[in-house]
Design a protein around this ligand. Sequence first.
Ligand SMILES: Nc1ncnc2c1ncn2[C@@H]1O[C@H](COP(=O)(O)OP(=O)(O)OP(=O)(O)O)[C@@H](O)[C@H]1O
Ligand SMILES: [Mg+2]
Length: 342
Amino acid sequence: MRSDANIAGPMTDPVPGPRTESAGEDVSRETLPPMDDTPIGRAAQLAVEALGRAGEGLPRPEQTRIMVVANQKGGVGKTTTTVNIAASLALHGARVLVIDLDPQGNASTALGIDHHADVPSIYDVLVDSRPLSEVVQPVLDVEGLFCAPATIDLAGAEIELVSMVARESRLQRAIQAYEQPLDYVLIDCPPSLGLLSVNALVAGAEVLIPIQCEYYALEGLGQLLKNVDLVRGHLNPTLHVSTILLTMYDGRTRLASQVAEEVRSHFGQEVLRTSIPRSVRISEAPSYGQTVITYDPGSSGALSYIEAAREIAFRGVAVHYEPYQHGRVGHQNNQRMAEEMQ
Ligand SMILES: Nc1ncnc2c1ncn2[C@@H]1O[C@H](COP(=O)(O)OP(=O)(O)OP(=O)(O)O)[C@@H](O)[C@H]1O
Ligand SMILES: [Mg+2]
């Protein structure tokens, strides 16, 4: 367990505004086990539970796993998934780098990383070939977690990159030249399939697609999968969709379970067993510059991201032992999906 993770802070420190506010909200009601009646007792019990789970060892990948969190649909939970999976893995002792590749800079905000216009950022890495090590900042709340922030400059990079040499592989080169040891790199993509996302797909081996359990959830996925195929065919033979995560799942609606069923029947083994519930705690955390893992570690949102991270970590071990077979299965599945979704 990391001593400096800001676990106890939000639990013992009353944050009256958001915590009371959400208590009355129907959609956000967290499903929690029965526990001590007093707020402090309850908070303590939840924290102990969450930390107990976080303290369980997870396998470390033998090589750095580079995961591209992508879905060109907006607002499906890409950033939320990136920062919370990253924090969960770091809490288990992994060294994790989050690369914010979205000009909105939401991942940087959620990790409490300064990203005003003058801060050295991923824009400088992509456009000016600045070493990644010069822009990476440690995340203060969580030991082992780092972030390469995005500033608003990045909005212009899509266009500036067009005329550059090796425009699709600039991020890949920067990551390859980064000398610090890392267990995971998670790249938070913007909601588009432009050159920034292509740079991420060239740099990574695994694609993690968050899918929001809403109507039209699968719309546009065919295009993403086609891009994955194109990048694999021309620029990065190792690329495959390794992980699908269902987000904002509201178990009380039939729609959510129908979408979940559809996604599972299309993708099968890539879909994590854990899905992420809709939770006000998850959506509140970024406004405190925190992940939900540190903001409210006992909440259902935090626990489900911790569980999803465990699945990802264990699957990585399986991938390691059967690299060829896994890649092939993933490849076939992705192709089938892309064809079905035309
Ligand atoms: N499980 C959840 N429960 C409640 N709110 C959530 C959940 N996941 C994400 N949100 C909220 O939904 C909104 C969109 O999430 P997020 O920013 O992660 O999506 P995104 O795919 O990164 O969006 P964009 O395409 O704009 O980059 C945010 O306000 C976030 O706080
Ligand atoms: Mg985002």
